[in-house]
Each structure stands twice: as C-alpha cells, then as structure tokens.
Write a protein that binds this ligand. Structure first.
Ligand code: FAD
Ligand code: NAP
Length: 313
C-alpha cells in the first residue's frame, strides 16, 4: 500500500487518551483518523481487573478497551491498524508515515502514544528476556504453574502483578528497594494478606542466572541496598515491574520534553511546543498515569484541536 490519506485530525495511539480524543473529535465533526499502533487498546489490554473506571466497579481491561474502540468507531472515528514510523511536524499539513506504506497528512495531530514498561538494563535481564524474564504477568504468568517467581518493584504494577501471579505460582517474592510500597493502600493490604507472597525489603536485583540449553531462569541474586550482602533466591520466573517510560520515539527530537522524556504541554492544556500538535495521556503525564486522567486529556486535546482548526479557518 502506498496511498496518502488526508485528515483534519490525526490521532496516534489507541489507549484511553486516543479513543476518547476520537469520540470528542468525531462529535466536533473533525472526521478523525486514529492509528492504533502495535498495541491496539494500549496498556489496559495487558491487565485483568480494572476497579477504578467510574461506573464500572470491575471490568476486565481488554473488555473496557474493546468498548472504547467501538464507541470511538460508532461516533465516527476512522480506526486504522497501522504503526507510525515517522512523523514530520516541521510544516503543515503534518505528515506521518505508517508501516503499512500509508502516508497520512493532517491539519492537526493528537499524540496519544502512551508509555512502555521500563527495564533494569542488566545484561542477564536482556539475556533471559522471553526465557523466564517478563514485564507482563497477564501475558506470561500462565507458564509458571507451581513455580516460584520473583517480582521486582513497589508500585501498583508490581503489587498487581504479584497478586495475579499467585493464581499460578507456589510462591511469589516481591523484591523492593525500600520498605514502603508506592502502590495504593487497598492493593498493599491485599498483598500483605496473601500467604503466597513474601516481600523482601531493601533489596535490588543484582543478577539473573539459569541454564544455557535450553535457555531458562533458575534463580536470582539480590543485593541488600545498605549492607551489599548478596542473597540467592531460586525461581523460574522474574517479572520486572519498575514503572513505565513515555513512548516518545516519534517526537523526542522535535517536541520539548522533560522529567525523563514526557512531552511538555502548556499549563492546563494539551498544546505542545508546536501549534496544532497536542499530547494526551501517559506520553505527557509523569504524575497520575491513570486510564481516567488519560481519557480526560484525550477529551481536552480533541476540544483544543477543534478550537485550533476553527481559528485557522
Ligand atoms: P496507552 O494505554 O499506553 O496506549 C498507547 C497507545 O499508543 C497504544 O495503543 C499503542 O499501540 C499506541 N502507539 C504507540 N506508539 C505508536 C506509534 N508509533 N504509532 C501508532 N500508535 C502508537 N490505570 C488505571 O486507571 N486503572 C488500572 O487498573 C490500571 N491498571 C494498569 C495495569 C497495568 C499492568 C498497566 C501497565 C497500567 C495500568 N494502568 C491503570 C495505567 C493505564 O493503563 C494508563 O494510564 C493508560 O493506559 C494510558 O493511556 P494512554 O492512552 O495514554 O496510552
Ligand atoms: P511506578 O508507580 O512508577 O512504580 C515503580 C516502582 O518500581 C517503584 O516502587 C520504584 O521504587 C521501583 N523502581 C523504579 N526503578 C527501579 C529500579 N531501577 N530498581 C528497583 N526498583 C525500581 O510504576 P507502576 O507501578 O508501573 O505504575 C505506573 C503508573 O500506572 C502509576 O501512575 C500507577 O498508578 C498506574 N497504575 C495504576 C494501576 C491501578 O490503578 N490499579 C495499576 C497499575 C499501574 P520506589 O518506590 O523506591 O521509587
């Protein structure tokens, strides 16, 4: 395919920010085009229960995102399965190239590319990625039935992953570098009550070791952050849950960023440093990083794009 498609509003990303921007952009008669990227539905598609989406006491993350997609589509958003590999914001109309070969030109752009899991950067982590090392319990937990597992981190993701993994594992050791969790209190209480989970405070992952043929994890060495003492923990799986970094590859050289790569937006606005380009959701939010705040920013971005376009006319 090597077609060109023009739109008044191009939305890049299909998480809560992107789909909400699609709903509002459609209702503003902008006939938005939304490119989904490699993870249609975004980060909530790799989790299970979501318990803080208003009006749904409990909903499965993937189901919620299917509903949001359907809502955006029926509102009038054209949803395209493609991944943007290049974005030229130097002149308007802005130009984006998709991996399908499609070129998109747009009078305004909403960046809603979200965030991706962070890794520790250890050579042994890289070596065993996909062979016992994972950043997604819902994707890979099933492979560890009856096994011992470690989870690294102390935020909501680490605690949720540890709780989820108890469905399969015989024991889950939660390794955290402090003795205080960053996770919400309700999750902390569930974790501390779960007999299969053993927290190990003040420790960091030093090395993952295992067999060569077949490649597979057999254990980890963890280091006490104060004494430096090394402890060996035998395990079959290592889940890294140390946070997320903004997916800013398309704009890191063209838009202003801060706080480790998050796109800067004007105060109380989603406007970026380039007029006509808006950023919504985890790509710009280093503070809240929730589905509901991302959706809220998606709404703001679409309303601001509409205002920008009407001013141009
Ligand atoms: P994301 O959901 O990150 O979506 C980004 C989108 O951008 C994806 O569709 C991706 O395909 C697309 N994309 C990226 N690059 C490109 C490109 N180059 N071209 C085209 N598309 C691209 N929040 C809650 O409120 N409640 C929860 O219970 C909750 N649970 C969570 C559980 C887990 C395991 C994780 C990881 C996060 C959880 N969060 C939760 C946080 C929540 O998922 C995020 O805050 C939210 O998904 C961010 O939405 P977003 O639209 O900004 O981006
Ligand atoms: P996070 O809140 O940033 O927590 C990351 C955790 O990893 C922290 O405990 C941090 O330790 C630890 N960590 C970071 N770098 C480390 C390193 N190099 N070595 C060891 N430990 C390290 O990330 P998250 O848990 O992925 O959550 C991201 C966002 O998504 C948050 O806003 C969260 O609320 C949201 N989220 C929400 C839900 C929910 O609502 N149920 C679920 C999942 C995620 P310190 O504490 O010492 O800094």
């Amino acid at each position: 395919m090597s077609e060109t498609k023009h739109t008044k509003l191009l939305i890049i990303g299909s998480g809560p920010a992107g789909y909400t921007a699609g709903i509002y952009g459609s209702r503003a008669m902008l006939e938005p085009v939304l490119v989904q990227g490699m993870q249609p539905g975004g980060q909530l598609t790799i989790t299970t229960e979501v318990e803080n989406w208003p009006s749904r006491k409990e909903v499965q993350g993937p189901d919620l995102m299917v509903e949001m997609e359907e809502h955006a589509r029926t509102a009038g958003t054209e949803i395209i399965a493609d991944h943007i590999s290049e974005l030229d914001l130097s002149r308007r109309p802005f130009t984006a190239k998709g991996e399908t070969g499609m070129t998109y030109t747009a009078d305004s752009v909403i960046l809603a590319t979200g965030a991706q899991a962070k890794w520790l950067g250890l050579p042994s982590e890289e070596k065993f990625k996909g062979f016992g090392v994972s950043a997604c319990a819902t994707c890979d937990g099933f492979f560890y039935r009856g096994d011992e597992i470690v989870v690294i981190g102390g935020g909501n993701s680490a605690v949720e992953e540890a709780l989820f993994l108890t469905k399969f594992a015989s024991k889950v050791t939660l390794i955290h570098r402090r003795d205080e969790l960053r996770a919400e209190k309700i999750l902390q209480n569930r974790l501390l009550k779960n007999e299969k989970i053993v927290p190990l405070w003040f420790h960091e992952l030093d090395e993952i070791y295992g067999s060569e043929d077949p490649l597979g994890v057999e254990g980890v060495k963890v280091r006490h952050v104060e004494t430096g003492e090394i402890t060996d923990i035998p395990c079959k799986g290592v889940f890294i849950a140390i946070g997320h970094a903004p997916s800013n590859e398309l704009v890191k050289d063209t838009l202003e960023t801060h706080m480790g790569g998050y796109v800067v937006t004007a105060p109380d606005s989603t406007a970026t440093s380039i007029p006509g380009v808006f950023a919504a959701g985890d790509i710009t939010d280093f503070k809240y990083r929730q589905a509901i705040t991302s959706a809220g920013m998606g709404c703001m971005a679409a309303l601001e794009a509409e205002h920008f376009l009407s001013e141009q006319e």
